[in-house]
Design a protein around this ligand. Structure first.
Ligand code: GLY
Length: 366
């Protein structure tokens, strides 16, 4: 095959799908670890809500948000699943006057980035979402910041990849690379089976780091996020995605509320804990008090792959012509899925360069 992608989460599958659409033959090796980020993720498509300062991530995250409708249309041609962008947008909430000032500051540069964003006064806010805690004093509303269900995206991408001729090796674990003369010539699976390709892309989320460590030090660490799903309600008590400095709430079309998420530095332990999941209900009730009595439907736990500057690390691994990486998506993996697929497919076909803000080279001298 032309390309072997190691990692069958959203990022790996999106690269495989985009590369196959460019005519490359692709195989994907799944990495079925407990705590896979794609399975636990909320699915917020919210470049503004996730950032109160204007970092180099924001324009690229906005670019990816704008690719989502097209990405969904493409997937509809290759898969049967009903994938949609949900919700009337995101309300970023201020509980204190200091938080209000922070939102107003951000509003100025967000407007300048040509995003649809507006200030919502106290009275308008509580009219719009009557279930909100009355101590919330102000919000900004961005109608373009909707959400998707990452588990539906995952199954849709799997089906679309198969229909595009991508071969999926499920329940396999890449153990190590073998190389000759600074060129990778295979990946060893359990039982000493070798899989070979012209190019290798490591897209294994947080587990990309240990797999690559013998060849290259990737500055990516796992940061665990635990979340709670509450309900179901006949109708969720609010319609918008609600985002505060302490957590966020997503009303799902099935009547449940996703409340997330912790940020825990606990290594590669992807397990859920009662305290972790319950802490999210407490934060949820600071935004919507009636959630206090909502039944806990289930918990989630996932390891985000986080880079030192919070931006993805994409492209060629220095010193290895045919080895590439796509990880470090941190809190924005779902949002950045279409853009990452596109950028990596263009990189593999040598039709475009990885933007400097995402390139591996920014860490090469450290
Ligand atoms: N994007 C939400 C999270 O990482 O918790």
């Amino acid at each position: 095959v032309d390309v072997l992608v190691i990692g069958g989460g959203l990022i790996g599958l999106s690269i495989a799908y985009s590369a196959a659409n460019k005519g490359l033959s692709v195989t994907v090796i799944d990495l079925p670890h407990e705590g896979q980020a794609s399975v636990a993720a909320a699915g917020m498509l919210a470049p503004l809500a996730e950032s109160l300062s204007q970092t180099p991530l924001v324009p690229l995250a906005i670019k990816s948000l704008r690719l989502w409708p097209l990405f969904i249309d493409q997937l509809r041609d290759d898969a049967t699943a009903e994938l949609v962008m949900n919700g009337p947008g995101t309300l970023r909430l201020a509980h204190t006057s200091q938080e209000e000032l922070g939102l107003l500051d951000a509003f100025m540069w967000q407007k300048a980035m040509d995003m649809d964003v507006e200030c919502v006064s106290n009275e308008e806010l509580h009219g719009l979402e009557p279930a909100l805690n009355c101590d919330i004093r102000f919000a900004t509303l961005s109608p373009q910041e909707k959400h998707v269900d990452p588990r539906v995206v995952l199954s849709t991408l799997r089906e679309a990849c198969c229909n595009r001729g991508v071969k999926l090796l499920v329940n396999e674990m890449a153990q190590e690379f073998t190389s000759t003369d600074l060129k990778i010539d295979g990946v060893r699976l359990k039982g000493s089976i070798m899989v070979c390709a012209d190019h290798y892309v490591v897209a294994g989320g947080a587990w990309s780091q240990p797999l690559l460590e013998p060849l290259y030090h990737l500055p990516v660490v796992p940061v665990k996020g635990q979340a709670a799903s509450l309900g179901p309600f006949e109708r969720t008590p609010f319609a918008h995605t609600l985002y505060s400095q302490h957590g966020y709430l997503l009303p799902r079309p099935n009547g449940t509320v996703y409340a997330g998420a912790t940020e825990e530095h606990s290594g590669y332990d992807g397990h859920m804990t009662v305290e972790g999941v319950e802490s999210q209900r407490k934060i949820a009730t600071t935004m919507v008090p009636c959630l206090e009595s909502a039944p806990l439907q289930r918990g989630y736990s996932g390891l985000r792959p986080v880079s030192p500057d919070g931006r993805p690390i994409l492209g060629n691994i220095p010193g290895w012509d045919n080895l590439h990486v796509a990880t470090g998506h941190g809190r924005n993996g779902v949002l950045l899925t279409p853009l990452t697929g596109q950028l990596m497919a263009e990189h593999l076909t040598k039709t475009n360069q990885i933007p400097k803000a995402f390139a591996v080279s920014r860490f090469s001298n450290s």
